[in-house]
Design a protein around this ligand. Structure first.
Ligand code: NDP
Length: 286
């Protein structure tokens, strides 16, 4: 079998087109564009690229955007001060703090300072609670983007064996919650899972969010499975790659996401969607 490509760029372009139209309508009615602020601390090279992509996406869909670049040695209190001013700014509907932030900062305290209605990353404790209870208003961007891709390719989740490898708060856990909400039968695997291969081979839908190149090999994938690769790693030649041994797994899977061009663009697109939702909510409440 040669797997069909799940093309994150194609799905993204379609959704970004819809967001752009909605942003134009919002602007015509409210005399302002939806606004996103991005806070970056320090000069982490990957963060610089991610923030740039997010600001470019804002431009593409017609949002107002505001980068706040803080120096590496900033204090927790200083970061919180910036967040509080953005919380109070009526032109800012959503904000995010690009992770990772320097180790001396209190990440929990900083993320908690983002007001719930502007938390477009949906990392708040409150958001995690809503997600678990199945009544969330905004969804964490990466797992939400994956669900959109599955929908676009008519990949049914209900009744399927779903295995999520990774249990982080930003990818693995919310991914499992969304698959469960879509009536999948969900297993979460992690670094302490015994015999990862046999757990993965159960999967009709396999999502890998580990952060290690080639952790998912062809012998771990059931014939015809749908394979979603969240990982963003560098291979021996320094090239961007996912967690999945793409060439070999493509011979076994029915569908597969590439890296780059799979989950990555969808994550940014869902951030735009969450900002639009936050802008509409803010407008309704005024
Ligand atoms: P974390 O490091 O927070 O989590 C990694 C998870 O993988 C942990 O739960 C860990 O288990 C598990 N793990 C580690 N090694 C193994 C192993 N050998 N076998 C099974 N499980 C293992 O990472 P994130 O969730 O933040 O990100 C995961 C990957 O996804 C990264 O490459 C990241 O760059 C990428 N990413 C991509 C995004 C995109 O838009 N494309 C967005 C966000 C992340 P344990 O809990 O036991 O330690």
């Amino acid at each position: 079998m040669t797997a069909k490509l799940i093309d994150g760029k194609v799905v993204s372009a379609k959704i970004r087109g819809e967001i752009r139209e909605a942003a134009e309508a919002f602007k015509a009615e409210r005399k302002r564009a939806p606004g996103l602020a991005v806070v970056r601390v320090g000069e982490d090279p990957a963060s610089i690229v991610y923030v740039r992509n997010k600001l470019r996406a804002c431009e593409e869909v017609g949002f107002y955007s505001e980068p706040h670049i803080l120096s590496e040695d900033v204090t927790t209190e200083e970061v919180i001060k910036v967040i509080e001013s953005l919380n109070a700014d009526p032109n800012i509907d959503g904000m995010l703090v690009q992770l990772p932030i320097p180790r001396h900062l209190d990440e929990k305290k900083i993320l908690a300072a983002v007001s719930d209605d502007k938390d477009v990353d949906a990392f708040h404790t409150l958001d995690a609670g809503h997600l678990t209870l199945g009544d969330a208003n905004v969804l964490p961007c990466t797992p939400a983007g994956i669900m959109e891709m599955l929908k676009h390719y008519d990949i049914e989740v209900a009744g399927k064996e779903c295995v999520v490898v990774g249990r982080s708060n930003i990818v693995g856990r919310p991914m499992a919650a969304l698959l469960l909400a879509a009536d999948g039968t969900v297993t979460i695997a992690h670094s302490r899972t015994k015999d990862l291969g046999s757990v993965c081979r159960r999967a009709d839908i396999l999502v890998s969010a580990v952060g290690r190149a080639k952790v998912i090999t062809a012998d771990m994938v059931k014939e015809g499975a749908v394979v979603v690769d969240v990982g963003m790693n560098r291979n021996e030649e320094g090239k961007l790659c996912g967690d999945v041994d793409f060439d070999a797994v493509s011979e076994v899977a029915s569908y597969i996401t590439p890296v780059p061009g799979g989950v990555g663009p969808m994550t940014v697109t869902m951030l735009m969607k969450n900002t639009l939702i936050a802008a509409k909510n803010a407008a309704e409440n005024n």
